[in-house]
Design a protein around this ligand. Structure first.
Ligand code: B12
Ligand code: SF4
Ligand code: SF4
Length: 348
């Protein structure tokens, strides 16, 4: 039986388990879900074919889980404001342990303390289920979908990682928040690759998070210099958001940044070494070859003479992706080293 004060109990339990925010939505099609078809028709999803698989299920939680009546939405902040520990930037959410595991464990705890004893069935969803998570989080009152397309929370800004419990229990829904982006365009202006064709719409093919994480092949030449020192993901359109003004760093200890070896050392790694270093982190999913691909681009952008031997060695790699990016990275450093300095500029 669902107690009369179910919402209070859920909120208190979520807080005790270390969630930074919590809300409840009724199982319904969220706002703007009808624009998913248009987004896919423009091929903005790039090679993420799984996004185009059955979009009508993705748009409607009841199609995904016909028994679902209520959706519990949770958020854990991933913000890390300290400067990077090493060369090459990793997006805040990926600097520590894998958030999928962290949120799943907490959601299981929440369900076992509430939904299960109340006689409900539940399903845990974190990122990988066919749901439009950001619009659902907005429906549950966590915030609004901002112009950078992310869920913006009044206290935690764009840094929440989202986790969901779909249940067959009827629970009291929260009120959706309204849009508080106003006339601000900071995220759109800050994007290094101009990945927003219009506010609230992302062309993933131009997004550095897509190119460094999801994209399987070579990084297109035009985007390599724009990657700068970004090894994995990108936080540019999060960092500039004025809704960061009250945001604190992540309180989840497992998200604390891990110390990594230097890029030069990682370039010499085989599969086994890569797997042992990154098991249990979001980078593990990338696999060794794409990780080395990204390192080569970053070294090409920020490297020095001392990085050339490591790049030359990687240019003999058995994997053509690594080989080509190592060669190109080495050429870029050499070109910068040996090009005549412009008047007034420093010699590297
Ligand atoms: C695919 C995906 C990506 C892709 C595409 C991103 C995208 N914007 O869709 C790539 C690889 C680029 C990506 C990048 C990142 N991702 Co991602 N990603 C997803 C995933 C799996 C699906 C998102 C999706 O459905 N995209 C489809 C498109 C169509 O959705 P959309 O952009 O929201 O498009 C809608 C709007 O454009 C809307 N719309 C159109 N016009 C208008 C007008 C108005 C006024 C409004 C409000 C809306 C609107 O209509 C569209 C359809 O609903 C979700 C998890 C999930 N299952 O939902 C995580 C998720 C969105 N990602 C997340 C994160 C953390 C990131 C990164 C920050 C990681 C990083 N630092 O590198 C970046 C952020 C880049 C960015 N600005 O979006 C978090 C975001 C949490 C939050 N606070 O919002 C999620 C929710 C995962 C999670 N469980 O925490 N991601
Ligand atoms: S994550 Fe980076 S590249 Fe992607 S849209 Fe945001 S600012 Fe642009
Ligand atoms: S930077 Fe400005 S426009 Fe972008 S999401 Fe934040 S408030 Fe909205």
């Amino acid at each position: 039986m669902v107690p009369v004060n179910a919402a209070t109990i859920l909120r208190q339990t979520a807080d005790r388990l270390g969630f930074d925010t919590f809300g409840i939505a009724r199982a319904q099609v969220p706002a703007h879900a009808n624009q998913l078809d248009e987004w896919l028709a423009k091929s903005f999803h790039g090679e993420m074919d799984w996004l185009a698989r059955d979009p009508h299920t993705r748009a409607d939680p009841e199609k995904y889980d016909p028994a679902c009546r209520s959706i519990l939405v949770t958020g854990v902040s991933s913000r890390q404001s300290a400067p990077p520990l090493h060369r090459g930037r990793i997006a805040a959410y990926a600097q520590g342990a894998d958030y999928h595991d962290i949120l799943r464990e907490k959601l299981e705890g929440l369900a076992q303390a509430t939904i299960a004893p109340w006689g409900g069935n539940y399903r845990i969803c974190v990122d990988t289920s066919p749901l439009l998570e950001k619009p659902l989080a907005a429906l549950a009152g966590l915030g609004w979908q901002g112009k950078n397309t992310l869920l913006i929370h009044r206290e935690h800004g764009p840094w929440l990682l989202l986790g969901f419990l779909l249940t067959d229990l009827d629970l009291p829904a929260d009120r959706a928040d309204s849009d508080h982006c106003g006339t601000c365009t900071r995220c759109l202006d800050a994007c290094p690759t101009q990945a927003f064709p219009q506010p609230y719409v992302l062309d993933a093919r131009r997004c550095l998070a897509y190119l460094t994480i999801e994209h399987p092949g070579p990084i297109p030449e035009e985007f390599r210099p724009l990657m700068g020192d970004r090894l994995f993901g990108c936080d540019e359109c999060l960092e500039v958001c004025p809704w960061n003004r009250h945001a604190q760093d992540a309180r989840e200890i497992k998200l604390t940044p891990l110390v990594r070896p230097d890029l030069r050392e990682m370039l010499s790694w085989n599969d086994a070494r890569f797997r042992s270093e990154f098991r249990g982190t979001p980078i593990f999913r990338l696999k060794r070859d794409r990780w080395l691909r990204n390192i080569c681009v970053v070294l090409g952008n920020i490297g020095s003479r001392e990085d050339l031997p490591a790049l030359n060695k990687a240019a003999e790699d058995r994997n053509p992706l690594v080989e080509e990016h190592a060669r190109a990275g080495g050429c870029r450093i050499s070109a910068l080293l040996f090009s005549p300095p412009e008047e007034g500029s420093l010699i590297r």
